[in-house]
Ligand binder design. Structure first.
Ligand code: PMP
Length: 352
């Protein structure tokens, strides 16, 4: 090893799902199969290129205000970033600086481990139970902070707010981050608790329910004190994180509540129908409260099925990691896309 190499920060990066450029049935990265609000399309079309001459508003004023309005909080309780990945990375940097380990589940969003390693934050994974549920008592031990998604990914399991509150209640001396990328498909958000727990941060995204993964918008909601700490870290890193188009389109998306709810309902309906179809075909399908399902079959090997699907132009996600090596995570697509998936599965099983 060369001398200078000793001083290079080496990381094992997060591996995102594939983004194939040819036409496939894409059920591998939990995108929304429907387009964003037509108001977003209109704003994008009308955006003048001349606006790109100037730096965007570093405070993200109108977008922050639109989100504050939507969630009935004050603008100084909102922080926006380039997707929730950016917001979460900022949160790790800002809030997880203890020598004690941060806690997150053993089966969860694999980026947590990567950020912890990147920033050299000690961490300890807490094992989900045999039904992939959080064991809240595991989080009563001393720690340097807590983060988990609700619903969890890739399991799709949603924990009731009582579980979240119990963990908060027992951890008032550390920052607790609830990653709610999928909460719109689930139920009550932990945002209800922000007035009662000053150590709580709730992170959400435009990538799923608002169909804007390509625009990269995420946000955190908390109390003004913690939001200020986040902004201080952001301004020490890059003041202009949000581009002009994202700021303009984001506002339009938030304002179109009707379209948002309509698209949510379509996905939830397809999810319920798809769960039934999976079960008819002998799959075990966890009780999903997200825009994806997590399935396993007692007779068919998950990796082989994953590969067969891919060969036939249907992309789903497979990890092969401990405890989930027989599971596939499948995004809920349109009804037509899901029908094509089931048509393939019936054929695949028939040939075995
Ligand atoms: N949290 C969870 C649990 C996720 O699954 C994802 C999507 N990969 C994200 C955060 C990040 O999403 P985005 O950066 O698109 O907001």
């Amino acid at each position: 090893m060369r001398e200078y190499e000793k001083n290079i920060r080496k990381v094992e990066p997060y591996v995102p799902g594939e983004q194939p450029q040819n036409k496939v049935i894409k059920l591998n990265t939990n995108e929304n199969p429907y387009p964003p609000s037509p108001k977003v399309a209109k704003a994008l079309k009308e955006m003048e290129a001349d606006r790109l001459r100037l730096y965007p508003d570093p405070t993200c004023g109108p977008l922050t205000e639109a989100l504050a309005d939507f969630y009935h909080v004050k603008p100084n309780q909102v922080f926006v970033g380039v997707g929730s990945d950016d917001v979460l990375a900022m949160c790790f940097l800002t809030f997880f600086n203890s020598r004690k380990p941060i806690f997150f589940p053993d089966i969860t969003y694999s980026f947590y481990k990567v950020w912890a390693e990147l920033y050299r934050i000690p961490y300890e994974c807490q094992k989900l139970d045999e039904n992939f549920r959080i064991v809240k008592e595991d989080y009563y031990k001393e720690n340097g902070g807590i983060i988990f998604p609700n619903p969890n990914a890739p399991t799709s399991i949603y924990e009731k707010l009582e579980v979240v509150e119990d963990i908060l209640c027992n951890n008032q001396e550390v920052i607790v981050i609830i990653d709610e990328a999928y909460v719109d498909f689930a139920g009550r958000s932990a945002m209800e608790l922000i007035d009662r727990y000053e150590n709580l941060i709730v992170v959400q995204t435009f990538s799923k329910a608002r169909s804007m993964a390509g625009m990269r918008i995420g946000y955190a909601i908390s109390n003004p004190r913690l939001i200020k700490y986040l902004n201080d870290a952001k301004y020490s890193f890059n003041s202009y994180t949000m581009n002009q188009a994202a700021l303009i389109c984001g506002v339009e998306a938030v304002k179109d509540r009707e379209y948002f709810e309509e698209s949510l309902h379509k996905i939830i309906n397809t999810r319920q129908w798809a769960k039934g179809r999976f079960e008819e075909l002998g799959f075990r399908c966890l009780d999903s409260r997200a825009n994806f399902v997590f399935v396993t079959h007692p007779k068919y090997d998950a990796k082989e099925l994953f590969e067969a699907l891919k060969e036939n132009g249907i992309y789903v996600r497979y990890w092969g990691s401990e405890r989930i090596e027989q599971y596939l995570r499948i995004t809920i697509g349109t009804r037509e896309e899901m029908e094509a998936l089931f048509e393939f599965l019936v054929k695949y099983m028939g040939e075995f």
